[in-house]
Design a protein around this ligand. Structure first.
Ligand code: AMP
Length: 419
């Protein structure tokens, strides 16, 4: 029978790679914990309406990329394409604002977008992100950016740049929108059909279009920074002062808009360089989305956050992170009979905190040691009948081939020295 394959653009994450995943996830948990963020887990499946209202009906994600369907009870559902809308839904549904005026939440989990698969772009991918809910001040924006930068640095990823911009507030948007419509209307011949449609629906999105003609036209478009209100302008300036306080170098990128409609004021990206990422240079993206809580039925609440794709960070980590695999010992059973002694010794070691593999069935010692070496064990423990009568085993360093008899009472300690 023909073997089945997973869905196009989706991937299995295999044991040989999982240590790098754990490394990224654990580093992220540790880092955001230091800034006192707490984890929230939300369902993968949400009401479709959450993303239509949250992300925006005329964004690419909602228009083209969402896995949306009706279930057998005709409920309109979608696999979540990002984490922020779900976090805010959960924040409101569970009245988290009644517990504290400030909520600091983080999440890690799979997201789904039906994009064209490419290196660094998948249909199921994992995002981790953080949201700071309830703080209007630019110090919150700076903390979120600093945390993201700090995280990328923690992983040892170099040659990244931080791009920041401000999209202003509700007074900025209509005036800027009008300016873009006037500007792009004169250049319609250069725009793709999608962008001609966007002139009516969402002209800001034209600035995000990668089609050559649109990108060229977009490069000369009016700058949103010229349309900021005094408040937004001061917010943006203050943010830049704070970023200097954190020692973060950044570029102001007035043409950057990002793909989701909910952003207001600060937006930022951390971009990587080099061929490892393919055409996908953005590793972290985020910004302020002051309108989203209200949009989803809550009170006006200032909010800022970021998300990064774990797969893209993995591309940058490269092979260097392979050493992160945890060491383990292999206990071989020898002599007549079965693997009883191996099982007893292995269990004693596991209870002392050592990772141990066993042979399960009896075989020649040579074959067992070969298997231990091939599987990557650091040491082999040979539980031979004679030594075992003396409460001892033979400990073999698989790197050097050296062997010594070790009493069971000190075995765990000796193994630790070799690991
Ligand atoms: P966004 O939610 O679009 O702001 O994206 C935030 C981050 O998620 C990006 O910077 C990427 O690292 C990652 N990301 C977004 N879309 C994909 C995708 N289709 N495949 C892999 N990673 C993605």
């Amino acid at each position: 029978m023909k073997k089945l394959r997973c869905v196009k653009g989706m991937h299995d994450i295999l044991p040989e790679d999982i240590s790098k995943w754990h490394y990224i996830e654990n580093s992220f948990r540790a880092l955001v914990g230091r800034y006192r963020y707490e984890e929230i887990r939300t369902p993968i499946l949400e009401p479709l309406d959450l993303f239509i209202r949250g992300i925006g009906e005329t964004t690419d994600i909602v228009e083209k990329e969402m896995y949306a369907f009706s279930d057998k009870g005709n409920a309109q559902l979608a696999l979540r394409p990002e984490g922020t809308a779900s976090v805010i839904r959960a924040f409101l549904q569970n009245n988290l604002d009644s517990i504290s005026t400030i909520s600091k939440l983080y999440y890690i989990g799979p997201m789904f977008r039906r994009e064209r698969p490419a290196k660094g772009r998948y249909r199921q991918f994992y995002q981790a992100g953080a949201e700071l809910i309830g703080v209007e001040e630019p110090s919150a924006d700076a903390e979120i950016i600093a945390m993201a930068v700090h995280f990328v640095e923690t992983l040892g990823i170099e040659n990244v740049t931080v791009q920041i911009n401000s999209l202003g507030d509700e007074d900025t948007r209509p005036r800027y929108r009008q300016a873009l419509v006037e500007y792009f209307s004169k250049l319609q011949d250069n725009l793709c059909t999608d962008c001609i449609r966007r002139l009516d629906t969402n002209p800001l999105r034209i600035l995000d279009c990668k089609v050559t003609g649109c990108a060229k036209a977009g490069a000369e478009a009016p700058s949103v920074l010229d349309f900021l209100t005094r408040d937004s302008s001061q917010h943006f300036e203050k943010l830049q002062e704070y970023l200097s306080l954190y020692n973060i170098s950044f570029n102001v990128a007035p043409g950057m808009v990002r793909g989701l409609d909910y952003y207001t004021r600060t937006i930022f990206e951390i971009q990587g360089a080099g061929e490892l990422l393919g055409a996908q240079s953005t590793i972290v993206g985020g910004g302020r989305y002051n309108g989203l809580v209200k949009q989803l039925g809550g009170r006006e609440t200032p909010t800022i956050g970021f998300a990064f794709g774990i797969e893209r960070l993995l591309l940058l980590l490269g092979e260097g992170a392979n050493h992160l695999k945890s060491n383990f010992a292999f206990v071989a059973g020898v002599g007549n009979g079965d693997v009883t002694r191996a099982i007893i010794v292995a269990e004693q070691l596991r209870r002392s905190g050592i990772n141990v593999d066993v042979p399960y069935k009896q075989g020649s010692l040579r074959a067992q040691l070969k298997r231990a070496d091939k599987s990557g064990a650091v040491v082999a423990i040979i539980a031979g009948e004679d030594e075992y009568c003396r409460n001892a085993v033979t400990l073999r360093n698989l790197k050097t081939g050296e062997q010594q008899e070790v009493h069971l009472d000190t075995l765990a300690e000796k193994i630790r020295e070799l690991m």
